[in-house]
Design a binder for this molecule. Structure first.
Ligand SMILES: [Zn+2]
Length: 258
């Protein structure tokens, strides 16, 4: 397989678009995939074949290939439609006006989604640990060492816990009530990511924030405030986690003919 065919397959370039050249610059760590449109172009709005008006050289950041920063490069045709005037022909690998390919955007959304989820989990894990340390200090002052060596028990996911650890945890929750309540808030939050409706997820998080701020557990209060005051980023975190579907690039309308 020639490298042009290989790149056409990797980047999903299909007729009427063709890969005409692949420019590898190893020292710079980049590869440019040159793509060309063959045949008549169409108006992206109504799909009617139109005469070409001009061309504009454009570049799109694509997912890396073998750790080489990869760009798609193409002369995009401006077409003159009787009804819509001069418009740029559609490029099936990206949304109009975007400097990134649809694949690249999708990957970034996946990263963000994972980052939001881990950030909230880490924040709550730290809060539980702070509550545990304070409670341990108070108990130890009375000679009670029940919380010694339990740090990781409170941070583990119960789903993957061995039965003896789980029963140890459930006993400790009844005795060390402050750490137990902080743990319950953390676990409740973990379950809120399971919602599939953005509306219900938002309501559940609002209810969670109210519960956390009334918990009288100091380290939980900032987490509640984070959910309450950063409504917009948090809304995005929920939506990202739900798949961020509305944020994903729209499938390209392939109004080009060969
Ligand atoms: Zn048109």
């Amino acid at each position: 397989m020639r490298d042009r065919d290989l790149h056409a397959q990797i980047h999903g370039i299909a007729a009427p678009w063709h890969v005409t050249d692949v420019r590898l610059d190893v020292p710079a760590g980049t590869v440019e995939v040159i793509v060309e449109h063959r045949g008549d172009a169409c108006c992206p709005k109504c799909g009617k074949p139109c005469p070409g008006y001009d061309t504009r050289l454009r570049r799109w950041r694509q997912l890396d290939t073998c750790q080489l920063q990869t760009l798609l490069v193409a002369d995009v045709l401006g077409v003159e439609c009787e009804e819509h005037g001069v418009v740029q022909a559609a490029t099936p690998w990206s949304e109009p006006g975007s400097r990134f390919t649809a694949l690249f955007k999708r990957k970034v959304i996946d990263w963000l989604r994972e980052a939001h989820f881990s950030a909230v989990a880490r924040h709550l894990g730290d809060a539980v640990n702070t509550v545990r340390k304070a409670e341990h200090k108070r108990l130890r002052a009375d000679g009670d060492r029940i919380l010694v060596g339990t740090k990781h028990l409170w941070l583990e996911s119960p789903a993957s816990m061995r039965p003896e650890r789980r029963s140890m945890l459930s006993q400790l929750k009844g005795i060390c009530t402050r750490t137990g309540r902080a743990w319950a808030l953390k676990e409740l939050a973990a379950k809120l990511w399971d919602y599939v409706s953005p509306d219900w997820a938002r309501r559940a998080w609002t209810a969670w924030a109210a519960l956390a701020s009334r918990s009288r557990l100091e380290p939980m209060v900032p987490a509640a405030r984070m959910v309450r005051t950063h409504r917009e980023p948090f809304r995005n975190a929920i939506l990202f986690h739900l798949g961020g579907l509305h944020l994903y690039p729209r499938p390209a309308s392939a109004h080009t003919v060969s």
